[in-house]
Design a protein around this ligand. Sequence first.
Ligand SMILES: Nc1nc2c(c(=O)[nH]1)N[C@H]1C(S)=C(S)[C@@H](COP(=O)(O)O)O[C@H]1N2
Ligand SMILES: [Mo]
Length: 317
Amino acid sequence: MLIRRAPDITSSEITDEKLYLNRRSFLIGAAALALVPSEPVAAAPPAGQPLPAKRNPAFALEDPPTKLESVTTYNNFYEFGVNKEDPARLAHTLRPRPWTVEVGGHVARPKTYDIDELLRLFPLEERVYRLRCVEGWSMVIPWIGFPLAALIKRVEPTSQAKFVEFTTLLDPEQFPGQRKSLFNFSGLEWPYVEGLRLDEALHPLALLTVGLYGQVLPNQNGAPVRVVVPWKYGFKSAKSIVRIRFVSDRPRTAWEKAQPSEYGFYSNVNPAVDHPRWSQATERRIGEFRRRPTLPFNGYADQVAPLYTGMDLKKYY
Ligand SMILES: Nc1nc2c(c(=O)[nH]1)N[C@H]1C(S)=C(S)[C@@H](COP(=O)(O)O)O[C@H]1N2
Ligand SMILES: [Mo]
């Protein structure tokens, strides 16, 4: 079963030429689309439209942000295909409006929120976070969103709520990678499901994200709303979320189902616990040449280590 390829240097070297070609085919695709008479659908804020949000200085980083072009053309979004360039090339098929997020399970106030209602309810802020992919590369991204905790508090979890489950949209018409085909076999079961323990989800770093770089979130980055959990490997940060459910039992996540020995539920960034097929001790920041050491909890140990006191993080990887 093809789960994930081992990190290979060539696929993580984005040359400027490749970037340029990707960008160009994306633009040509967009231009061609503009010529097709469109059906009357609710006006979607197009990706790239400005999204004002004040930078929260508590989440500034010294590390320079990764180039916007890299953030939007080098993606993991298996619903569009398993190659890094597939999401940018194909993401125009995703329709981020109209969109609802069903919030339910063990909560006193379950509710299906329209995405625009979420945007009205919670003030947006910009936060610069490191994102570390399990494959051994990382980026620094100025995200725009609001704390996941704000939404959680609003729906009032009951005492039975121990975990939070996130589900990505299931729609093979919008996601070519969800169509059954020999050519896009990812090894994942759809829809993509991820999860956090309730206390992790309530941690102030966990961000419900609707934009980046001062703009509406591009489709390939998980429009219209995705979660960002910066102290965990990137795959915990589920994209294009349609459901958030509060449950008593640990959710079975898409990656855990595919390969439990490689992708544990916790998936905290941990240089001391290797992936079974490669070391996690170092990473390559996209845009840099030399690998740098990977930091425990992706550099957020001061803030999140207390969530795991008493846990053997080699066992709970
Ligand atoms: N639904 C969904 N969410 C997903 C993925 C995916 O394939 N499908 N890939 C994950 C992985 S492996 C990473 S590293 C991050 C990448 O986020 P980015 O493309 O915005 O940088 O998204 C995560 N969220
Ligand atoms: Mo990843």
